[in-house]
Write a protein that binds this ligand. Sequence first.
Ligand code: AMP
Ligand code: MG
Length: 458
Amino acid sequence: MKAHFDNSYSHLPANMFAEVTPTPVGNPHLIIRNDALAKDLGITFDDGDTAVFSGNTIPDGAAPLAQLYAGHQFGNWNPQLGDGRAVLLGEVVQNNQRFDIQLKGSGRTPFSRGGDGRAWLGPVLREYLVSEAMHALGVPTTRALAAVSTGEPVVRETVLPGAILTRVASSHIRVGTFQIYAARGDMDALKALTDYTIARHYPDATGPSDLLNAVIARQARLIAEWMGLGFIHGVMNTDNASIAGETIDYGPCAFMDSYHPERVFSAIDQFGRYAYQNQPQIATWNMAQFATSLIPLMDDRDAAIEEFTIAVNGFNDIFQVERRRVFGRKLGLSVMIEADDALASDLLDLMAADGADFTNVFANLDDARDQFLDRAAFDAWHDRWTKRRDAEPVNALIISRNHNVEAMITAAVSGDFAPFHALLAAVTDPFAPLTDATKGFANAPTEEEQVTRTFCGT
Ligand code: AMP
Ligand code: MG
């Protein structure tokens, strides 16, 4: 791999990261590399890629490190997390945009705590597939540059094949990256991180207040996009909340099949904290934690608390605007206004009552009658909608359905990667008319096929 590295994070105060190299693996094999993304990043692939993507070779110009951060996990403060199974190889700059190139599953770091620093094949393929699908759906997200198998076993509940994902992100700076220095009272690091983040992501911002407002706007937009896809992130901890406003950390995430506002998939989310309908409020809570961590930078802290509280409380207004933009597009309303909210919420209520398939109802609004038990109620809604709509609805036909993802992983573990490639091709072209090769992936699962639980998959 040839890339022009320019490693700005490594110039931040030395206590913000640990210099660490990936731990070599025994018998790596390339599963996939992403040519289109490489081209966008000015990266050229070559014969040495498997060695680079497995962590066995450090590419020229890279300066590998693991980043330090903390975070609230399910609302509970964890004072130190950090890259425990990931190494930032370095950054590349293309068209004035800077991207992190990170190996995930590359071995232990000083922040691994009890973990082995490794990943198994299932979560690696899952993240590759779902992050690339999200990108194709137009949602801000980290990307996937490559996946390799390591030839080494990873011990979880059973022994599983090891793998490594090469992840690309606008950055890996999280709410939790700010939280750790605020909590420690490390003003040098907090100030350096804030200046760095502004310069890298929000160059128009003149200080912490602008930064807060800009991040709130990006997060509100991101969550609105998730809501429009029936996407449930599953682990919206503050260490998984990207300051750049990208979807990050595809652990137990899922797109729902049949709609219900309280839908939860993650096996560890016992109380439904991160249920579909809670996502806007959780993002607001995360932004409150971000605001709190910026307060020490302010000269007049009382005034800042007042100002930042207003900013955080403003999340919902921005979210509502973004939600109308997203659902207006889905319903074929060239401009969706507050008076149209009932049109969307009444449809969702009907879908929830009858367990209709989220994606397929929106993808076939004119032909969705069969999805409902109460057909008269749907017909009445459809009449209202027909009178109001003034544009062509835009909806994805194909999302990464859990049952297809699980079947793909099962096949890959047994050595058959064909389902991975077929599913990837389908979900990365989600608006295209269905073909013989893709139409199976548009089907809702049968009752036997349904997957109702997903796992963090570390
Ligand atoms: P996540 O749930 O993926 O956001 O990870 C939460 C924290 O646990 C992060 O600090 C990770 O680096 C760490 N972690 C997760 N899995 C492992 C692992 N297998 N080995 C070491 N650290 C891990
Ligand atoms: Mg994480």
